[in-house]
Design a binder for this molecule. Structure first.
Ligand SMILES: [Ca+2]
Ligand SMILES: [Ca+2]
Length: 207
């Protein structure tokens, strides 16, 4: 990370030198100052949890509704080095937050994937967390949506079945129901249907 910062500074110096030679009357562009802040932010994420997480692998949002943005990411379980489709221990991944006061969300049977900032679906003032757990096999996975309430994570809606084709097609799995206050529309597929049709229904958003 230090090396990257050095490279970054060298690049800035090179750009500055370039600008000076081309247009000596120009003031230094304000954008350069803003850019230098980026690596510092990245360091902050790592220091908070003593974990080397690239900022690009994290997702920003205000998940506890305190008005301050934090970042989240998945800490995946360790995979077995000897057995295929097995973990070294449990296959539980943890959605982890840069704000250490927010407890991690354990995700059983989750070896990879990225949590999603779903916005404030249940209109309680905090962003909600969506998670499609990655697994070794199968195209069927349940989508989970969480809300932080009184120091605990609750399901905004019960986890619902989704198929990989709907994700590949870019279908939004959950959004606020504009016609029914306090409700969300979920888009899902039923494992009992062989026709692979995306269904949608309006359900109450818990908060
Ligand atoms: Ca926050
Ligand atoms: Ca919310």
């Amino acid at each position: 990370m230090k090396r990257r910062a050095v490279v970054f500074i060298l690049m800035l110096l090179a750009i500055a030198a370039c600008r000076r030679s081309n247009a000596p009357q120009d003031n230094p562009p304000p954008a350069a100052k803003a850019d230098t802040a980026a690596p510092v932010k990245k360091d902050t994420v790592a220091q908070d949890k003593v974990l080397l997480v690239e900022e690009s692998d994290t997702v920003e949002g205000d998940f506890n509704g305190d008005g301050k943005k934090e970042r989240m990411w998945l800490n995946p379980p360790k995979l077995s080095t000897t057995d295929q489709f097995e973990c070294d221990g449990s296959c539980t991944g943890y959605i982890t937050f840069s704000d250490a006061t927010i407890p991690a969300i354990p995700m059983e049977d989750c070896i990879d994937g990225s949590p999603v900032n779903e916005g404030d679906l249940n209109e309680d003032g905090a962003d909600d967390v969506g998670m499609l757990p990655g697994w070794f096999t199968s195209c069927w996975h349940q989508y989970h949506v969480f809300s932080f309430r009184n120091g605990e994570w609750i399901n905004v809606v019960n986890p619902f079945d989704t198929h990989c084709t709907q994700w590949e097609d870019g279908v939004d799995a959950i959004s606020v129901d504009p016609n029914k206050p306090g409700h969300v529309i979920i888009r899902y597929m039923s494992t009992s249907d062989a026709d692979f049709v995306i269904k949608e229904k309006s359900v109450k958003a818990k908060r």
